[in-house]
Write a protein that binds this ligand. Structure first.
Ligand code: MF3
Ligand code: CO
Length: 260
């Protein structure tokens, strides 16, 4: 069932979104060679809890942490750990969900560690750009499949692929609600978009083939071909005042002011 959000619910989700953004603002300057994915998660957990939020990922089907920290060939659900230490040239995605008074926001950023090759920069940029391309279709009367199709079409132009094994999703009082928002799809398919809809749109992009596999820990999802992967995500709400991205940092809000 798709729930449309009231203005009160949207306000609470915006509070959660500000905390998610604060996590990125806190972490961004600390991303460098030598830091572990465990330390990144510890800082994120502190920002979430010190700002009056809960982190629903912890304990979700037994998932052990509040965030997912995924390096290079790890597409999603990297479990923070002390052994995974960043080095120059890596890319690392940080996926954060925070809930404020029961209302959630979900976003992901992929950070570059030190100097990364041009080829890697392009993957990071294209993944983010595919999100903004898809937003052009998040309009009343369009279909969720229009958003999905736009992600896939944009990514494919660069020879990359999108995952078949995970999707974006509706979001609100639960972190995962209907509808599913795949990274691929047919124009005109899926639910009709209405004012009040809140979606976590999250391009999950592979440099090579789309196939993934899950490591024996039951979570860590890697590219089967071992090539690089990238993830970008925001929580977006179609309000009566227009389309709002509620998980932007201060700096991003200046860049994407049409969505603030
Ligand atoms: N943030 C992820 C999403 O976009 C959820 C993480 S799965 C969990 O759906 F196990 F970590 F909770
Ligand atoms: Co999500």
């Amino acid at each position: 069932m798709i729930t449309l959000k009231s203005s009160r619910e949207i306000e609470l989700m915006k509070q959660a979104g500000k905390v998610v953004a604060k996590v990125f603002e806190t972490i961004a300057p600390l991303i460098r060679a030598g830091i572990s994915t465990f330390e990144i998660n510890e800082i994120a957990e502190r920002v979430i809890t010190e700002n009056g939020c809960t982190g629903p990922c912890k304990g979700y089907y037994g998932y052990p942490s509040m965030t997912c920290v995924s390096v290079n060939n790890v597409l999603i659900h990297g479990i923070p750990n002390r052994r995974t230490i960043l080095k120059t040239g890596d890319i690392v995605s940080l996926d954060v969900v925070a809930c404020y008074k029961g209302y959630c926001a979900d976003a992901t950023r992929t950070f570059e560690v030190g100097i990364v090759p041009e080829r890697v920069k392009q993957l990071v940029n294209v993944t983010r750009e595919s999100f903004f391309e898809s937003l052009k279709y998040f309009k009343e009367g369009n279909h969720v499949g229009d958003i999905s199709h736009a992600i896939e079409a944009y990514v494919n132009k660069f020879g990359y692929s999108v995952t078949r094994d995970a999707t974006g999703h509706g979001i609100g009082s639960s972190m995962h609600e209907d509808p599913a928002v795949p990274c691929y799809g047919k124009e005109g398919s899926g639910a009709t978009i209405k004012v009040g809809m809140a979606l976590a749109i999250e391009p999950m992009v592979l440099e090579g083939k789309y196939q993934t596999r899950i490591l024996p820990d039951g979570w860590t999802t890697v590219s089967k071909d071992g090539k690089l992967t990238c993830h970008y995500e925001n929580t977006v709400i179609l309000t009566s005042e227009g389309l709002k991205i509620i998980t932007l940092t201060e700096e991003e809000s200046k860049e994407y002011k049409e969505y603030v």
